[in-house]
Design a protein around this ligand. Sequence first.
Ligand code: SF4
Length: 680
Amino acid sequence: NEGVPDKKVKTTCPFCGVGCNYDLNVREGKVIGVTSNLTSVVNGRLTCVKGRFGIDYIHSPERLTTPLIKKNGEFVAASWDEALELIATRFNEIKSKHGNDALAAISSARCVNEDNYIMQKFMRAVIGTNNVDHCARTCHAPTVAGLAASFGSGAMTNSIGEVADSKVIFLIGGNPTEAHPVIAAKMRQALRKGAKLIVADPRKIELAGKADVFMQLRPGTDIALINGLMHIILKSGWHDLEFIKACTVDFDLVADVVEKYTPEYVQNITGVPAHLLREAARIYATAERAAIFYTLGITEHTCGTDNVMSLANLAMLTGNVGKLNAGVNPMRGQNNVQGSCDMGALPNVYSGYQKVNDPQSQEKFEKAWGVTLSDQIGLMLPDMIDAAVEGTLKAMYVMGEDPVLTDGDANHVRKGFANLEFLVVQNLFMTETGKLADVILPGASFAEKDGTFTNCERRVQRVRKAIEPIGNSLPDWQIIRDLANKMGYPMAYNNASEIMDEMAALSPMFAGLSFERIDENGLQWPVPSKEHPGSQYLHKDGKFTSGAGVFKAIEHQPPGEEPDAEYPFVLTTGRILYHYNITTAGKSKQLTEFRPEEQVMIHPDDAKRLGINNQDMIEVASRRGSVQAKAWVTTDVLPGGIWMSFHFVNAPTNQVTSGFYDKVTKTYEYKVCAVQVAKA
Ligand code: SF4
């Protein structure tokens, strides 16, 4: 009977932004497996290899089970009281000596909404600074900024449930087969029902093989490609003038800019043959309904926000917003990256995107929280690192993240953390950032706590406690609550539901949320009242959240770093099917068996020229650092381009990536950096 569960607990997958529901199978206090829960409206019986087999990290022997305090360079086990007392004392000392803004926190898209809400409240109400950010900064911050500027709402316009009934799918800068497998499965369902597929990507991804048109563009040339599509659409009269006139502003500015983006001009920039561009424009613009899907291939560029607004331009030009099976659909990377933004784990907004420098919002939160709040926008994550290197930032509190491995130009990031006077890291495991900490606090995993995640289609769903926290670990919000109380600010939450109630009462777009209402299948925001049924898709009938959709005139821009004689290759990084960022790599035994190590994709022409054979150990070096891994010789990448993931501690790819970032949101340009390649 070893494999027979005592109980099954319906919860939400802790990995990607699809937000699949499934049952955790529990026996004698241990999670022993995952089975489908057919009541899920997001995924039905579908899950992927990560969701199905990756959760053995919960019981990894490497889990942190007690607080640790660094003494004489060594971590020593401590009680919760001792650890929190030390943190409270040091935070208060640094506040008094250097000011509130000498402290900062990194919250986490892996944690539940309630953890994120409490973390931003702690930094604002207890520490007195808006220096709080999280890993959306390193992935989809341009989505939030770009779609908010164009449409008024920084989120996926449509729903995962609509994907299987799509008529035309335009997939650009995303590889859902590996990063969002259940959405990829629904795309394949649509194709079987006759949908057309356009793929634009520098790599020949799996879905490119099923596409009606595949445009293998050079990395960093998305704006030129999109402007080229709009040029053809306008010249062919395929634009929706009625929609443009009734629902948008500034169309003329865009029409002027795209005038010069002829198919031949675009071919020179992107490498995409003109005839493919024409065919893609025809398929997209002449369809009754067409949906755009993208992910970090769009956002992780120096022009990430501009890339997002370009896609919004394309959708508005053809009237493909505000209706079923259409829209602009960012597939958010991490399980709760939408929710952690929604909860205000950002330096410029409270929960519900209420601006910290808006006097009315400030007054509302001051009244609710009983403190005076700062109206100064806080530091974004890369600014925190720079401030730490410069010595103006003195202390940080990092929850559920490992920036030393995950942020661009990792050696610079490490230098920043090493330079802090005081560092607290809260995580499931000892991390590279944790090794630099003064205090380590053990958090509980998703299986050990109640709360909510918000998936990429804006659906707020329940996370349910299935087992007791491992060792002495605690849910993150409880740790922060206890620390706030130690620092003299009363927080009295008994459970995660009470936190959601407070958040909903203060955030008009989430006012209708409660644990009771989302119990069965969640609710998609906006949900502005307790009677509101939630919103399947946004901007219905062209009624944009911002009033009118705003066209933005955008020119092609070169990346922050281009290849040259010394560093002749372009490196692009991304995620692979078998791992989830750095959480599971090496921690999930089952997933590690599927894919144990890093591999560098390199084109056969380049490999031959450099004398590299498949599986040879090679070195990839940039101006910032180098990394070694095995070669994977494949025609899936373009000549002159190489591709790596970033999952492996023993091959830290981000030592090579650049510190260039999107000029609006400071999201690192992980998709383009100049490198040299040689046999190791
Ligand atoms: Fe989890 Fe995403 Fe896989 Fe669904 S598709 S099981 S949410 S990793």
